[in-house]
Ligand binder design. Sequence first.
Ligand SMILES: [Zn+2]
Length: 136
Amino acid sequence: MAAPFVWTCHWCNEPIADDTGYITVDDTAALEATAAWERHEREEDEAAAARESRLAFTDMVKLRDVADKNPKIVWYPSHVACDPRRENPDYWIGVGRLRNLRDVLAVNDHLSTKRWTAHTDWPAFLLRTIGAAGDE
Ligand SMILES: [Zn+2]
């Protein structure tokens, strides 16, 4: 059996034991980014419909600019005690629920139902945490 995943605190760089920490993200910011993106897409759709034309290349470039100006909201692993945002009602998942690949797939499945996940760095986060650990 593979060794359980070790989560390292973003702030103190120490491992996080079950019930002492979590992975967390500012889901309020992610929701705001999602709403802004959807609003922008609706405006683009309306403008395109008004012109009775397909989205032109220049419009595509504009869409990309918007994405570039809205960097992804980052996930980080943290001890409860170390998290500078622990007083905020951020979204979190206890590290005790994320100790193996099966756990991560279940959480991934759960997050895929949330519209705001796409505006976070979730896939990159998994790569730099679990992906990096696998190379050691
Ligand atoms: Zn810590």
